[in-house]
Design a protein around this ligand. Structure first.
Ligand code: ASP
Ligand code: MG
Length: 415
């Protein structure tokens, strides 16, 4: 029997009624003659609520206890769905991550999967059951402790299990109908994409598109699992995420993303000598702060400003590191500016077309929007701009590259 893996996000299992609707869909897939593995997130905002309770009790809750707490969210969703499927006369059994053999390292809060031992999952399927699996969690291989896989980690559970049991395709059910050229709440003319390559999806996710956990896309790329992102409320075909096909003639850009969760950090008047950047970024990495753009200015009189962007959520730690660094390397001071947004243009086609960056900058200039930092990859251009300009910037760039026109073959910019 073909195996289908379906993952339902928090909104899709947000209420008892929605869990009932998910159960209906699962039973249909089963009756169509498939072995079905369903991965669930915690209901609605459960994870945030549990986190909030923990941080009322302690500023930095014990990581082991926090993972114990958070994994309870998925456990509620999985058992309710198990009950709902069984109530429909279809056999189902729910499993925690540890029961399902999702083995991880010991890093509480952001554990990595090191191995999957899907013995019980195969047994359940062979016994004719639908498997309901709690997302986001595993068991540490060396200590047998309960771990979690990072926020949004149910996507990773689904992809990893799909790969381990040879499913080939993993359906990601969510509250939108697929991956869009940009956030439709910002630009109503945004268009659903039929296909996005793994690389583009990774860039979009890093650029702030919140459809999929980045790690799950990396895992899918590495293992060749195709993802189908689609709505749990409607039946229409969603967006396929897979290996890039032959580049379609003329299709340049897939999407525009806006990230408003970052801040710009500047170390002022850093001595310009070998080893300083290494010292700075090693200290930042040691505190597990993942920075994104880096800009170093031309040096004047042996000193230069060094700026980078970091997640706002990490700012308390950034302050600590910067205070230490200013003294250690003999910089003047540091500043943090959290009134910024990062605008990114992503498209596999830009690789072979010079002029895309110029066109993007020109469209921003036409709106009087100032660019403060720029970074690029072969398939992405990102600019830091003022936060207040963010949504306008999305609309103007989206329009400039004709992303609203379906099957668009935008004019190749002449640069
Ligand atoms: N419930 C977890 C979270 O909110 C995992 C997930 O939803 O994928 O991050
Ligand atoms: Mg999610």
């Amino acid at each position: 029997m073909p195996i289908i893996v379906q993952k339902y996000g928090g909104t899709s299992v947000g209420t008892v009624e929605r869990i009932q609707a998910v159960a209906d869909r699962v039973v249909r897939a089963r009756e169509d003659g498939n072995d079905v593995v369903v991965v669930v997130s915690a209901m609605g905002h459960t994870t945030d609520e549990l986190l909030a309770m923990a941080s009322e009790i302690a500023v930095a809750p014990d990581p082991r206890e926090l993972d114990m707490l958070l994994t309870a969210g998925e456990r509620i969703a999985m058992s309710l769905l198990g009950i709902a499927i069984n109530a429909r006369g279809c056999r189902a059994a729910s499993y925690t991550g540890s029961q399902a053999g999702i083995m991880t390292d010991t890093q509480h809060g952001s554990a990595r999967i090191v191995e999957i031992r899907p013995k019980r999952i195969f047994e359940a399927l062979e016994g004719g059951s639908v498997v309901v699996l709690a997302g986001f969690q595993g068991l540490s291989l060396s200590q047998y402790e309960i771990t979690t896989l990072g926020r949004g980690g149910s996507d990773l559970t689904a992809v990893a299990m799909a790969s381990a049991i040879g499913a080939g395709v993993c359906e990601i059910y969510t509250d939108v109908t697929g991956v869009y050229t940009t956030d439709p709440r910002i630009e109503p003319r945004a268009r659903k994409l039929d296909v996005v390559s793994y690389d583009e999806m990774l860039e979009l996710a890093a650029a702030g598109a919140n459809v999929l956990q980045s790690r799950s896309v990396e895992y899918a790329r590495r293992t060749g699992v195709r993802l189908h992102v689609r709505s749990s409320f409607e039946d229409e075909v969603g967006t396929w995420i897979q290996e890039a096909e032959e580049p379609m003639e003329g299709v340049l850009i897939s999407g525009v993303a806006l990230d408003t969760d970052e801040a710009k950090v500047t170390l002022e008047r850093v001595p310009d000598r070998p080893g300083v950047a290494a010292t700075v970024f090693k200290a930042i990495a040691d505190d597990a702060i993942s920075i994104d753009m880096i800009v170093q200015n031309v040096s004047h009189a042996g000193a230069t400003d060094l700026s980078f962007t970091a997640p706002r959520a990490d700012l308390p730690r950034v302050h600590g590191v910067m205070e230490r660094l200013v003294k250690e390397i003999g910089a003047d001071s540091y500043t943090i500016d959290d009134d910024i947004a990062k605008l990114s243009l992503v498209g596999a086609g830009m690789k072979n077309h010079p002029g895309v960056a110029a066109d993007m900058f020109d469209s921003l200039a036409g709106e009087g929007i100032n660019i403060e930092m720029i970074s690029t990859s072969p398939i992405r251009i990102s600019c830091v701009i003022r936060a207040a300009d963010g949504e306008r910037a999305v609309r103007v760039v989206h329009g400039r590259f004709s992303l609203d026109e379906s099957g668009s073959s935008p004019e190749i910019p002449t640069g």
